[in-house]
Design a protein around this ligand. Structure first.
Ligand code: GAR
Length: 217
């Protein structure tokens, strides 16, 4: 039985599209049951419809700071759609600790940095200001703290001296689109184990690749 997944978005939805595409494979262990947006004008909504996935809009703005009231409506929608797992894809709204705890181990997020470096806003600007030579993307389990939680998968890219936040973002997003479906595959097929603050992967293959930057002539 495929696990039923909700993807929560606020904007463009390119990670959502990558997950929808991956889930079309007959052997993928999850199906995208619903895409939920907290913004009616999120461009990702049209992409979800084009991908044949039902969409629901729950505007968060009218709830203001009352996160629990928003989450009550969200939880009802998740229940109605018999959702078992949640993937956040650029979902720009914080959860209450209660909601994050209720979904612990069943809710993934992706963030465009090598966490725990550069959580929050403008991660690419943060990376460039710090002068790192490698950056990347992280899929992690959601905990009450923003952009934190047991790390499931990471992918790295080199950072060039002339990178801008936009050029770096363009390189990192291709990594995001690769690792998010793979992380969901691992979760949905029961191959992830939470061990305290760590996530372990059952029968993972050895990865011997090394990324060194800058390359010296
Ligand atoms: C992605 O880069 C995702 O990693 C980031 O928002 C973007 C959404 O793009 N998420 C965060 O920064 C979470 N703190 P998308 O809508 O095209 O997937």
């Amino acid at each position: 039985m495929k696990r039923r997944v909700a993807i929560l978005i606020s904007g463009r939805g390119s990670n959502m599209a990558a997950l929808i595409e991956a889930a079309k494979a007959p052997d993928f262990p999850a199906e995208i049951a619903v895409v939920i947006s907290n913004r009616a004008n999120a461009p990702g909504l049209e992409r979800a419809v084009a991908g044949g996935v039902p969409t629901v809009v729950i505007e968060s703005k009218p709830f203001g700071k009352d996160r629990a009231a928003f989450e009550a409506v969200l939880q009802r929608t998740l229940d109605e759609n018999r959702v078992e797992l949640i993937c956040l894809g650029g979902f720009m709204r914080l959860f209450t600790a209660e909601f994050a705890r209720a979904w612990y181990g069943r809710m993934l997020n992706i963030h465009p940095s090598l966490l725990p470096c550069f959580p929050g806003l403008d991660p690419h600007g943060q990376a460039l200001r710090a002068g790192v030579k490698l950056s990347g993307a992280t899929v992690h389990f959601v905990i009450p703290e923003t952009d934190a939680g047991p790390i499931v998968m990471q992918g790295a890219v080199t950072v060039a001296d002339d990178d801008t936040p936009d050029t770096l973002a363009a390189r990192v997003i291709t990594i995001e689109h690769r690792i998010y479906p793979e992380a969901l595959r691992l979760l949905a097929s029961g191959r992830l184990r939470l061990d305290g603050d760590h996530c372990r992967t059952l029968d993972s293959a050895a990865s011997n690749s090394t990324l060194i930057a800058p390359a010296v002539r």
